[in-house]
Ligand binder design. Sequence first.
Ligand SMILES: [Zn+2]
Length: 126
Amino acid sequence: MINNKQYNRLINIAKSLCPIYKCHRCFHVAFLLKHNKIYKIGWNQIKTHPLLKLYPYYSIGIHAELNVIMKANKDDLSDYTLIVIRLNRNNKILYSKPCSACQNVMKQFNLYNCYYSNYNGSLSKL
Ligand SMILES: [Zn+2]
């Protein structure tokens, strides 16, 4: 589990990435950490991907969790921690529990250490 200082750092990185993607209603950022160091950063995207056909996604586009798992390009992510943060257009932190489709993908990559931003802006364990 990361400490508050590390969490604030991730929030600042998420905010700095956010303005590029104003087309999104909400901005989801997924950090893949190993030993509390950032390995890859993913975010939600509107474009589609062939992998999406394999999973029951109901919305269009790539979720941040799937995006960061694709960037990692590894079969086994059991040593990694996933942290998902969601921001709205005013940079407010919102609830970002991974959807069931993303949770299925995470299981297939042995990614069981996951935390997400909750309603009060702190992290909850999945
Ligand atoms: Zn999802």
